[in-house]
Write a protein of this length. Structure first.
Length: 411
């Protein structure tokens, strides 16, 4: 069977540009205008009083080479002339009579063009121009060749068999359920993390999952870099304009040296090869940057529900939890943490869920998946049945609490 071909960004941009230009060219033909779409930036610059090549290059989002090539064609078509300034050194561009007449005809057409673009953006529900401008700014800040070099050096291959990836295999799939049913962190936690340092420019969220913490960090940092070993998790991650997601292990981070104000790992550090991760965190940290290991423990429910839930967690699924889970249960207190530890405020997660939401959350547990995989889920089903019976009306929402543990140190 033939594999589905995935076009690259350059191909998509060229195809999109070709579709725009061919449609625009057909519109000019219908108006009996001898005109090429590539002339439009130059004509608009001239209409706005820009008369030299350098002025146009500074004004337009195109290169000086592209401006010069378009001008050469426009001179051949009799639309502009190039004349020397009085200093004899520089030149200025001037519309011919034909060019001025054409410019007058184009003004109403440009209004229609922008209206059509706005309708296209509404139809596809994507701010195309805004996205392209942000992409241009990002590439000016860090050229694509530098991004390729950094990615090739640091990014983890998809078929990796590293020990860290094997340990995290519980979460390689299931990103959609993870995004739907895992509890979200409270926004004040992200604010308190941002207040750790004097700068709030760039934060790295390692083992980000589907971005449960990343989305809140984005409210307090200029840039959030979020990494995870699971492509499925990243595909289902929460989106925001200042969050960049990368497929990477915690032991080989796609971040440049001395560039991060804060490193966080939320509900993930117990899967890391900690010595390598700590070494990477030190490498990428700015002076006086901080590291925060965050975990939320076993949920708490009210009344008899909590006892039933505890039986499900500790007894029905107790033998199916991976060894690393004990670190979550004790709030990371026994993880090696070779840093000067800083006191941090206490937080908790609170969710108001119906029974199906709780059941969905339980379904994301590695222990649940392991019990089902082994065919040893009779105890799980019995415990779930008891919990549902005690819940009462499954559509009634009840409060659930997760205690949050945070260990903070200065790198």
């Amino acid at each position: 069977m033939k594999e589905t071909y995935t076009p690259g960004l350059g191909e998509l941009l060229r195809h999109f540009s070709e579709l725009l230009d061919s449609g625009a060219a057909k519109a000019y033909q219908d108006k009996s205008l001898h005109y090429r779409p590539r002339y439009t930036p130059i004509m608009r610059a001239l209409a706005d009083g820009k008369s030299t090549v350098s002025d146009m290059t500074d004004y337009l989002e195109i290169t000086q080479g592209a401006v010069s090539q378009s001008l050469k064609l426009m001179i051949e078509d009799g639309l502009v002339t190039k004349e020397k300034n009085s200093d004899g050194r520089s030149s200025y561009i001037k519309l011919t009579k034909t060019g001025q007449t054409l410019l007058d005809d184009l003004q109403s057409h440009w209004h229609s063009t922008f209206t059509a673009i706005e309708q296209l953006e509404q139809e596809v529900q994507t701010p195309i121009r805004e996205g392209l401008l942000k992409g241009i700014d990002a590439l000016k800040s860090e050229p694509f060749n530098e991004r390729l070099r950094r990615t090739e050096k640091r990014q983890l291959p998809l078929n990796t068999n590293s020990a860290a990836t094997v340990k995290q295999s519980h979460f390689i799939a299931g990103g959609k359920d993870y995004a739907t049913f895992r509890p979200s962190y409270p926004n004040p936690l992200a604010k308190a993390l941002a207040e750790l340092s004097q700068r709030s420019q760039r934060v790295l969220d390692v083992g980000c999952g589907t971005g449960q913490l990343s989305i809140h960090l984005a409210d307090y940092f200029d840039e959030v870099i979020a990494t995870d070993v699971s492509p499925d998790q990243l595909e289902n991650a929460s989106k925001k304009s200042n969050i960049s997601y990368f497929h990477s292990s915690a032991e080989s981070l796609p971040v440049t040296d001395n560039s991060v104000d804060l490193v966080v790992a939320a509900q993930a550090a117990h899967w890391f090869e900690l010595p390598q991760f700590y070494q990477e965190a030190k490498r990428i940290a700015k002076p006086r940057a901080h590291l925060a290991l965050i975990s939320y423990g076993v949920p708490l429910l009210k009344g008899g529900l909590n006892a039933a839930f505890s039986r499900l967690y500790w007894q029905a699924l107790g033998s199916h939890w991976p060894q690393e889970r004990r670190h979550v249960e004790n709030g990371y207190l026994d993880l090696p943490f070779p840093f000067n530890e800083i006191e941090f405020p206490e937080f908790q997660i609170q969710q108001n869920w119906d029974f199906d939401q709780l059941a969905g959350y339980i379904g994301t547990w590695s222990a649940t998946k392991q019990a089902i995989k082994k065919g040893e889920h009779a105890d799980l089903e019995s415990a779930m049945s008891q919990l549902k019976s005690l819940w009462g009306d499954a559509e009634v929402k009840k409060d659930i609490y997760w205690p949050i543990s945070v260990r903070v140190g200065q790198l």
